[in-house]
Each structure stands twice: as C-alpha cells, then as structure tokens.
Design a binder for this molecule. Structure first.
Ligand code: SF4
Length: 394
C-alpha cells in the first residue's frame, strides 16, 4: 500500500511504511507531486543535488522538490544528443525528464555550481525550456575570505527575489526564520535516525533509513517531520537481526544515487553501513541553522562554516582524507566503501585523496562504481561478499 501523509500515523509497522514510500521517488511521472500541488495550491520548484537552500523556496510559498534524476525508471532517448557520452547518468536522466514532459508540474528548476556537467545542465535547461523558471546558484569557491560570506548572502538574496517573482509573494525575515526552524527540525530528526543506525545497524537498515530521508525530497517539510517522528518511535520497537557483517562507512554517493536495490544488495552482501553520504544536501548542516536574526545571512554562514564535508564544496580548511580516517576510528568501523557514480569527477577526485589516506592509515577499502540505470547487482554483490569474507577471516 502506498504510504501517504494521512496513513503514516495510523501504521505501526516501519517496514510497511518504508515499502509504501518508494512510489514517492521511484515514479518518474511525479504523480505524488501533482497531488501535493493540487492539495496545496502552491507552485513547485525542483532542485538538483547536492545542497539547495530549500528554506528560501519554502518561505516564498513554493513547494521544493528534490529532483535526483530518474533512477532506472526511464529510457534516455533525447538527452544523449545534448551531452557527451562520458557524463554521469543523473545529468542525462534529469534532462530526459524535461524532454518527456515529466516536469510539467514544476514551475521551475534550480541548479548549483557543483561540477561542470551540472553547470551545463542549467544552461541546456534554460535554452530548451524557455518558459520555465530556471535558476543557478554560484556557490563561493574560496571559504577563507570574509567576502565569501557577503557574496553568498547576495547570491541567496538574488535567488530569493527570483523566487518572489515566481510566486508573487514578498518574503519577510520572520518567514525565512520559520522555514529554517522547520528544516532544522527535519535535519535534527534525520541526525537522530543516523545516530540510531550507527548504534543499531542490525535494527535500522540503510535501505530503510535511505527511504525515510528520500521521502523528504517529495513530501512537504511538515509531513516529512511527521514521518521521521513516527519512524523514531517505531525503530525502538523493531527486533535486531543476527548476522555476521562488517562495519563500514560509505562515501562517494553524495549526488547521483545508486538504485535502492543496490543499497539492499550491499547490505545483503554483509555490510553494516554506519555512516554514508547518500542524499547529503537535505542533511547538509552539522548543527541547527540559527533561527533568529537575519535568516539569509545565517543560511550563508551555515553553508560556509557549519556544513558537512563534501566533494562539491571546495573548502581548503578541511582535510578530507584525514577526516575520513578520523571518522573510521571514531565509529570503530572495519573498512570504507567508496561508492562513486560512473563519470562523477568530484567523486573520483576525492577518491584519490581517500585512497592515499586510507592506505597510509592501514584501513581497508573497496571501490565500487555504480550507475543509476543498473538492474543487475550480482557482480558488485559478489565483490562485496569477497571483501567482507577477506576481513572476517583475517
Ligand atoms: S554525479 Fe558528480 S558529475 Fe554528476 S552531477 Fe553530480 S557531482 Fe556532477
């Protein structure tokens, strides 16, 4: 049965809720978006990964929807002619959604300066869909100067004005702070569930946690908060599974997402994933964004100084390899899985840093490459099983 905001509260079985949520993000026709739009009467803006300031979209009276490609649900027929063959799948499948009129319920799309293909995707959208609201956020590249903060604040104010143009609503600071408060609550609950999965990966699986987080890309923030609160109660009632797994941290899947069944196959192959970077954008901040004061400035400051480490945020203050090693030690993980989308340059650049640091620290790791459009996972599953056995028998 499809899980809806109204039946979440009536269901006491977490696996049942989770299974019913898949339709939200596996339906390339975005039927759920059409229904949400009809019920709320609000315009819809889709945002491409990784991080997007959804608070500004929400405060402008617009429903933000995370558009993370089309998974393995559609054929690429038109997008291939606009991009080279060596471009990641999420770029092409997102464009294909546009060409096949599957984004017709979206008034706009928001992109970000995460990599060259994403930058080009925004331009290709603008050229091919001239009637749609298309915007692009240029994030600062040098976090060391005070100017980076002023710059990002002004970039956010520019986007906010464009959002106001789209919705016809003037946004006050109180409304931005209210939006920050709601998304803080959702992020807080996601952090709690991540903490729970870290301590009890035998109770809350990554497949379940992923689905709970991904549902927030479609549901309203209020409904997502209700879902996460319910999940927090229900995980305490689940019984642990007895199994012989190794504990790992997974990195590299921050933008394009592997198929959900691949995540399941990884767990079946013997991994207890204690931490990951799936769907990182909606979990971007390490602590709450301040809910008082200038909301736009606070969002900019939290982006610069209070966010997770990421391949798409250039921050020379952070040592990615060393931080990963430190996290492995802190989580008492046995190994690292570096799971990168095919042709993802930021992910592959980071792998070079991770690989060096992990080898120097004597921490085993396995590199896995995935594509959205995968149906068969036997090969990866066998590779992981071999890796797991080698560690268990070590
Ligand atoms: S998967 Fe990598 S290359 Fe593709 S859009 Fe995302 S960050 Fe860019």
């Amino acid at each position: 049965m499809a899980t809806t905001a109204s039946n979440i509260q009536e269901t006491e079985n977490l696996p049942e809720i989770v299974n019913g949520l898949r339709h939200l993000f596996e339906d390339p026709d975005f039927q759920a978006v059409a229904e949400i739009k009809k019920a709320s009467g609000k315009p819809v803006v889709g945002h491409f990964p990784v991080y997007s300031p959804v608070e500004l979209i929400y405060a402008a009276g617009i429903h933000p929807i995370g558009v993370v490609g089309a998974g393995n649900q559609i054929e690429i027929a038109h997008a291939d002619s606009r991009f080279q063959s060596f471009v990641c799948s999420v770029i092409k499948s997102t464009l294909e959604l546009g060409f096949t009129n599957r984004l017709q319920n979206f008034e706009g799309m928001l992109f970000h300066s995460i990599c060259d293909p994403a930058r080009n995707l925004a331009s290709v959208f603008k050229r091919n869909f001239p009637d749609q609201w298309i915007e692009y956020i240029h994030f600062p590249q040098n976090m060391l100067t005070e100017g980076s903060l002023d710059y990002l604040e002004s970039e956010y104010r520019r986007i906010l004005t464009r959002l106001e143009d789209l919705s016809g609503k003037q946004v006050g600071n109180d409304e931005i702070n209210e939006a920050i408060g709601k998304y803080n609550r959702a992020r807080h609950l996601m952090r709690d569930l991540y903490q729970f999965r870290q301590e009890h990966p035998d109770i809350l699986s990554t497949k379940e946690l992923y689905t709970l987080v991904r549902a927030g890309h479609i549901l309203s923030v209020d409904d997502h908060i209700g879902l996460l609160e319910k999940a927090k109660i229900l995980v305490g009632k689940k019984t642990p599974l007895v199994r012989d797994h190794i504990k790992v941290i997974l990195v590299g899947s921050f933008c394009e997402q592997p198929p959900l069944d691949l995540i399941f196959a990884m767990e079946e192959a013997g991994l207890d994933i204690l931490d990951d970077d799936f769907l990182l954008g909606r979990r971007w901040f390490t602590a709450d964004v301040p809910e008082r004061g200038d909301g736009v400035r606070n969002l900019a400051e939290s982006y610069r100084d209070g966010s997770v480490i990421s391949a798409v945020k250039h921050d020379s203050r952070r040592k990615k390899g060393e931080e990963l090693v430190e996290r492995v030690r802190r989580f008492e993980a046995d190994a690292v899985i570096v799971s990168v989308a095919k042709f993802c340059e930021p992910g592959l650049f980071d792998y070079a840093l991770y690989r060096k640091a992990l080898i120097e620290a004597g921490i085993p790791h396995l590199f896995v490459e995935f594509e959205e459009k995968m149906w068969l996972f036997d090969k990866i599953q066998t590779e992981i099983e071999t890796f797991v056995e080698s560690l268990l028998l070590d």
